[in-house]
Write a new protein. Structure first.
Length: 343
């Protein structure tokens, strides 16, 4: 985690830090672009009306995700750097889930005028750092800046299949092995629980949380929640190994597995022993941003993946745990789970 200088998870306050509304759009963009670096992957980068990105095999993988203050992050909890990092990570994970290589990001920022310019600069720094760390060669190639009452970050990510077929959600077949790649599932959900348990005041209002004062396990979970590191290279490895279906695990293992099952016309059986002690967190939590994939039974799994279950013919429950229907938390649904009263 990249905390604010005061050690908290919230945005830092700097002396003489102007508000967004005090500067012209051109000056704000200049500060952002100075922190994004050169758009090395683009034939034409920031500065024109649109970017131009090479498409080596004439196909382009495109995905988009929006992070909104409240349901997706809280300024009291996330340093600007972490907000930018996470905005990049969740989109890069979706590109990887198609078996593709990320090639560029377009980022639109809607920023309340009263927020400090350093916050926007920190978001830009996080975006660049995430690309450099997880997808070398990928960078922010353009975007937009506007005013809004609610801080919102919309990212569109592009990727190249480099001649491979895309790995869809619809290819799983009975007899396939169900496998995952990434860190311990459920860690991000535990981190979110830490925020709601320790990062609120008596009235339930989010407040900055000093991670250095947390038990080591809680601090580690918090870092995973605030700054996820999806296993991007594993997506390409899965495609090369013959994965039949794949997706990013963003809304909880049980819910995301049910999506593969529905798209493929199958059911899946997850082995709880393969999930470790945090199986409930893994199944019903979210934001792990690992990769869930299926492979033919006779295929050796790539070293980045570990088996956690099997694919069965359709019939009965779409997702089973050790042969029984999953009756726990169904996973994250923003329209069901978002509570604006604690935003």
């Amino acid at each position: 985690m990249h905390p604010a200088p005061d050690g908290s998870t919230g945005p830092a306050a700097h002396p003489n830090d102007p508000r967004v509304g005090e500067l012209a759009e051109g000056e704000i963009l200049r500060r952002i672009l100075a922190r994004l670096g050169e758009a090395s992957t683009a034939l034409v980068g920031p500065g024109d009306d649109a970017a131009v990105i090479a498409a080596p095999d004439a196909r382009v993988v495109v995905t988009t995700d929006t992070l909104v203050h409240g349901p997706d992050f809280r300024l009291a909890w996330s340093a600007p750097y972490d907000i930018g990092w996470k905005a990049a990570a969740v989109n890069l994970a979706d590109v990887a889930a198609m078996g593709a290589r990320p090639t560029g990001l377009v980022v639109a920022l809607a920023v309340p005028p009263a927020l400090p310019v350093s916050l926007v600069e920190g978001i830009a720094e996080g975006l660049r750092a995430a690309c450099d760390a997880m997808a070398p060669g990928c960078s922010v190639v353009g975007g937009d800046l506007t005013a809004s009452d609610t801080l919102t970050i919309a990212v569109t990510a592009f990727g190249s299949l480099d001649g491979r077929a895309p790995v869809l959600r619809s290819g799983a077949r009975a007899g396939d092995t169900l496998a995952v790649s990434g860190g311990a599932l459920g860690t991000a959900a535990r981190g979110l629980a830490v925020l709601f348990e320790r990062g609120v005041d008596a009235a339930g209002t989010p407040i900055p949380l000093d991670a250095s004062r947390l038990p080591a396990a809680d601090a580690a979970a918090l870092a995973v929640q605030l700054r996820p590191t999806p296993p991007l290279a594993a997506g390409i490895a899965a495609a090369r190994a013959g994965a039949t279906a794949m997706m990013d695990i963003s809304d909880g293992l049980a819910l995301d597995a049910s999506r593969i099952a529905a798209m493929s016309g199958v059911s899946v059986d997850i082995f709880s022993a393969a999930l470790g002690p945090n199986s409930a967190w893994a199944l019903g939590g979210g934001e792990d941003h690992g990769l869930l994939a299926t492979f033919p039974a006779n295929v050796q799994l790539p070293e980045e993946f570990r088996a956690i279950g099997r694919v069965l013919p359709a019939g009965g429950e779409a997702v089973r745990i050790d042969g029984r229907a999953w009756d726990g938390k169904p996973g994250w649904d923003p329209y069901r789970d978002w509570d604006e009263r604690v935003g």
